[in-house]
Design a protein around this ligand. Sequence first.
Ligand SMILES: [Zn+2]
Length: 328
Amino acid sequence: MYYIILDMEWNQALDRAHTVQQPILLRGEIIQIGAVKADEHFNLVDTLKINVAPKYYKKMNRHVEKITGITNEMLAKGEKFPEAFKRLKEWCGEEFRFITWGFDDIAMLADNLELHGLDRSYGSDYVNLQLIYKNQIDNERVQWSLADAVERLQIPMDAQAHDAMNDAWFTYQVCKRLDMEKGLAEYSGMSAGQRPVIAREIFRDVADIRTITTDERFTAVPCTDECQNTLTNGEWLSMGAIRKTNICTCPKHGEFLVKLVCKRAAADRWTVTRSIYRSDEEAKSGYLKKLEKQHAAIERRRAAKEAHLNSPETNSETENSDDDNSTV
Ligand SMILES: [Zn+2]
């Protein structure tokens, strides 16, 4: 099994009006892939750099050009994304796990895969190295730039920053200076609840929180960005009276994790905060597991109630109520 330390650069629309909306809302189009392949002990195995020719954002956004040093001529010479991805996939092999600095790269990869009709879940079981870095080196900050980490760990800065290959190389150097065995073992605990919030809305002066999962004010969740869709809700999961969770879906933009959290503002008034996160496999499996528990608890209560009804004193008429299971 390999660790693939991945970094990508992407181009953006020249302005908001030129942002591609179909087939997906395209926040960025990948123009460079840089990767370092390491073995399980983080010994260097290989490196890969691919320049990608964009299909939609063919003109360099001036801001992106300034950061990356990638010019229009370089863009034109790149490989097309499907070929570039095929090469990356072959190079990664069957057993690998991506390591990236931050959450953005894999989200961007997923969007670009979907853009080209490919499987957007590729590599989604990745590791955000920032969380291990935070845990082992710098717990004080809220945000950690790769440049900060490079400086703090005294990694020699001899390459041009923000070239995808160089950033992948620096990220690899950060790995080598951390206790990755420990970090990876603890990772799933660190990553829980660390998803970046996409949108947050606050509802004040809510009188009754018992009805929030049936009240459209809270349950009609708009898809993010310019999308006009209202998300299709799954089943609301109750984590006590004040926390509700759901996985909601936009046909165009995929699944989102939606959380409602109630806080008492006055004796008879509540504040409800609705937060939307991009869902991933971990969020989904956690949600499904808890939902199963919720169903089991409902079933237990129902069975207890029924046992009570069927007891000789109450003399219930329903003898075989197993048919009711389908409604749970
Ligand atoms: Zn949408």
